[in-house]
Design a protein around this ligand. Sequence first.
Ligand code: URA
Length: 218
Amino acid sequence: MTRDELLKTYPDIFVIKHPFVMHKLTSLRDKNTSTREFRMLVEELGTLIGYEATRDLETIDVEVETPLEKAMCPVLKGKKLCIVTIMRAGNGLAEGVLKLSPSARVGHVGLYRDPDTKQPVEYYLKMPHSVNERTIIVVDPMLATGNSAIMAIDKMKEMGASDIRFICLFAAPEGIQAFKAAHPDVAMYIGAIDRELDEHAYIRPGVGDAGDRIYGTR
Ligand code: URA
């Protein structure tokens, strides 16, 4: 499916076209952006896109006494948040989402991509308790084939999660299609939908290897 067909077919795919988001994404693409700046930008984008991804969290009115009078005002209803990072590139993005809700729990899913099969292999999984009672936000900067995100969300569902959403910075149309085929109930909050995957399953034009660029490992 093309980008436009995907957006028409799935109304819960949100591409965040805010000028700050678009500007920061462009800085990420620049091969001359330093490791320090890249890491900062990923974190800032986690906050900005996380803000959109939590727009529908429920609130409840409570009584508060201002210096002038009592008033009924909204607070978060209390359903607990859990940010789930797909390691390692997801960690940078998770830090940004956590700025919105510093008391959120954090789950870690460790997956590496087998270079031959391109399939994800789990090497680590650590989640907080009561996953079924939480709003789960799964984060990974790059949605390439979609296999890692699909597998991470499979794990969340096996553990009883039902309120799940997904954040990424860059996505390939192929990855989105695979993701939605596997998890049509999971809303996607995306910085930009890029042109395609190349033969090494890199997103084009993309940013290269996001983990390497966040941690300066290349
Ligand atoms: N992972 C990355 O870091 N970059 C890509 O382009 C695809 C997957």
